[in-house]
Design a protein around this ligand. Structure first.
Ligand SMILES: Nc1ncnc2c1ncn2[C@@H]1O[C@H](COP(=O)(O)OP(=O)(O)OP(=O)(O)O)[C@@H](O)[C@H]1O
Ligand SMILES: [Mg+2]
Length: 650
């Protein structure tokens, strides 16, 4: 199966080392906004290292002074200085009370920091596919400490993760909803959901795996080595050297596989996103799929993607597990060498039995750290692959990025020599020259695919012409911020889109503070007053996302009313009356003509009754303006428009 499925935008997914480094850098940038939480987490993690460093020495005390023969105690091995208070305390006591003292110290440590030597994660039991893992990642906490301290560290971690994750996913969402229309057509909904919900959540892991996690791991390793060297540097220097040699191995093993890990993770995520796409597209078009009997084909498509997604995530797991196993193998080898060296010295009586447990304890800690560092690195590659998918969309250059201002519109809109081609090269408008006046109702007419919608999209800046200009009162809108532009232009879409919520919420979408009268007036013009009054809960009636508890004509009326509520100087209606009966249509057109006295109303229409009421008719064909004028002018001209009218009447 193809590496990137049918993704038309994000088709170049290879991540070079340099790109990976940049992604890591940008992820760290997100951390800077949460420095307080991060500092708290660091502080707690550091506190937790110190008690853990005492563990090997406590076991040495138990071995030498409680279990072992006191005459074997070897003073050539000094304890680290911080152990001195405890040594003073046990000096001269009998083995039982020494044991009690050590046990008390153990217990206190257990309650406050736990006795772990490596980072543990507290997470909800999770599936192994990327989506489930990613979702969990956001609410996962990692703590180095155990006990009470670990609990606090864990809670701080969850919060930190969620904040960083939330920052990024909010930014991504903001970008996605501002993408321009041709890009949105290509960017599939399921994939977008996957990016927001599952990819963005990997960014906190990058932040921690680049900073705190390795820092704490290395620090605790450094501390262990220092103490080991302090006590055993003279007696058993070769053991210290073996221990030092083990540390970089985890990283050395995983590093060569960085690019492979990134590639596998990327492809696993692409497959996950394709699965989400398949779900979204099918459920969204369920009616068509069922009616046309396409269920089994669609089921097969979904199954393929789902299986592919799981298969790819198994590759990721396989590589991770193999590398971890290799890391453990190599550190074990180091441990065995250390073991031989230590036991040699015990036999040679330079080291005691307590030294054995102390040294093996240090070795164990170092082995953990070694494997941990390798693991961080390899996981980091997976997170980089996820975050690349997010940043790709965040960075996606959008025509919506222009930020120029515009004064407004009082008199006229002019299109001068406008041509437009869609990204796939299809030319939808050719050399269009038009002039519309505020106070006029314009009808755009023409066969299917003539370019009517494309032409109307130019006004709110949904599309920007590559050639020619669109001018509001003479000012080119090419560099106008689309948000500002849309203050002046309302577009009622051909496919009416209502959102889940109450009718009132829908009506106020484009103007939340609209006064009551504006809403009532809009409903009246759109012929929806009676509809709203007939509903038991009136304006507060809840409608579903697709508005499908209403008839198509009713949805259309509400969409028109929603457009009217905004009271902008330009109102564009794309086939508003397609689902209207002739009487309602006549009423709407009459009301629109009234509205057009103060505004510019542009109606894309097929029906003669709507078209005839317009002050200016624009007849489009194959992207070209063929004729313009009033109904009477164009009938008299006996051109393409007249043919079109006569076809309708025939
Ligand atoms: N996103 C797109 N990418 C590529 N081509 C497109 C896109 N949208 C529209 N087109 C093409 O541009 C041309 C004009 O389309 P447009 O939607 O403007 O037609 P229309 O006149 O509104 O048709 P209808 O009456 O069916 O709504 C058509 O050939 C169409 O296939
Ligand atoms: Mg159209």
């Amino acid at each position: 199966m193809a590496e990137v499925f049918d993704d038309r935008l994000d088709a170049q997914t290879e991540i070079s080392s340099w790109a990976a480094a940049r992604i890591m850098g940008r992820s760290l940038g997100l951390l800077t906004a949460h420095m307080t939480l991060f500092a708290a987490k660091c502080g707690l993690a550091l506190i937790s290292i110190l008690p853990i460093a005492t563990l090997p020495w406590l076991t040495k005390i138990v071995m030498d002074r409680v279990v072992g023969d006191p005459s074997m105690i070897n003073d050539a091995v000094p304890y680290p200085p911080f152990m001195q208070p405890l040594l003073d305390l046990i000096e001269g006591r009998d083995p039982l009370s020494i044991m009690m003292i050590v046990l008390t110290v153990f217990l206190v440590m257990l309650i406050f920091v736990g006795l772990r030597t490596a980072e543990t994660e507290l997470v909800v039991p999770e599936g192994r596919d990327e989506a489930t893992k990613s979702e969990n990642a956001l609410s996962a906490g990692y703590s180095r400490a155990g006990g009470l301290l670990g609990l606090v560290e864990y809670l701080i971690n969850v919060r930190l993760n969620q904040r960083i994750g939330n920052d990024l996913r909010t930014r991504l969402f903001e970008r996605l909803v501002r993408l321009d229309i041709p890009t949105l057509d290509d960017q599939r909904v399921g994939d977008s959901i996957y990016r927001v919900m599952y990819d963005a959540t990997q960014v906190p892991a990058i932040c921690l795996q680049l900073t705190l996690s390795p820092a704490v791991a290395l620090l605790s390793a450094g501390l262990s080595l220092y103490l080991m060297n302090y006590s055993y540097g003279d007696v058993a220097p070769e053991v210290v050297w073996v221990a030092i040699g083990v540390i970089p191995l985890g990283f050395a093993i995983t590093f060569p596989f960085s690019a492979l890990a990134r590639r596998l993770n990327q492809s696993s995520r692409a497959a996950g996103a394709a699965t989400t796409n398949a779900i979204e597209e099918n459920i969204d078009n369920i009616g068509a799929v069922q009616r046309l009997g396409g269920e089994s084909r669609e089921l097969e498509r979904f199954t393929d993607r789902s299986e592919e997604s799981f298969r790819r995530s198994r590759y990721v797991e396989l590589v991770n597990a193999t590398l971890i196993a290799a890391g453990i193998g190599v550190t074990t080898l180091g441990g065995v060498i250390g073991f031989v060296l230590i036991t040699d010295q015990i036999i040679g009586e330079t080291l005691s039995a307590g030294d054995f447990t102390a040294l093996i304890g240090v070795f164990l800690q170092l082995a953990f750290v070694t494997v941990e560092i390798g693991l961080y690195w390899i996981r980091l590659q997976g997170n980089v692959a996820a975050v690349r998918r997010v940043l790709f969309m965040v960075d996606y250059a959008s025509e919506a990025d222009v930020t120029g201002t515009i004064d407004g519109i009082r008199e006229r809109v002019d299109l001068e020599g406008v041509s437009y081609s869609y990204p796939d090269g299809r030319q939808a408008l050719v050399d269009v020259d038009l002039s519309f006046a505020v106070g006029e109702m314009v009808a755009i007419v023409g066969p299917t695919g003539a370019g009517k919608t494309t032409l109307a999209y130019l006004l709110p800046g949904y599309l920007r012409p590559a050639i020619g200009s669109v001018r509001f009162d003479g000012a080119d809108i090419a560099s106008a911020d689309p948000r500002e532009l849309r203050e002046f232009v309302t577009y009622v879409f051909q496919e009416h889109v209502l959102l889940s919520g109450t009718i009132e919420e829908n009506l106020r979408l484009g103007r939340p503070d609209a006064p009551r009268e504006a809403i009532e007036e809009a409903l009246a013009i759109a012929g929806a007053t009676a509809l709203v009054e007939s509903l038991p809960e009136g304006l507060q009636t809840l409608i579903s996302g697709h508005g499908d508890t209403l008839s198509v004509g009713q949805q259309q009326r509400l969409s028109i009313a929603r457009g009217l509520v905004r009271e902008t100087p330009i109102l564009v209606l794309d086939e508003p009356t397609a689902a209207f009966d002739p009487v309602s249509e006549r009423e709407l057109v009459g009301a629109l003509s009234e509205v057009a006295k103060e505004r510019l109303v542009i109606v894309i229409a097929h029906r003669l009754s709507t078209i005839r009421a317009a002050d200016q008719i624009v007849f489009l064909e194959d992207g070209r303006v063929v004729e313009t004028g009033t109904h009477d002018d164009l009938m008299a001209a006996a051109g393409r428009y007249r043919e079109f009218v006569e076809m309708q009447l025939a």
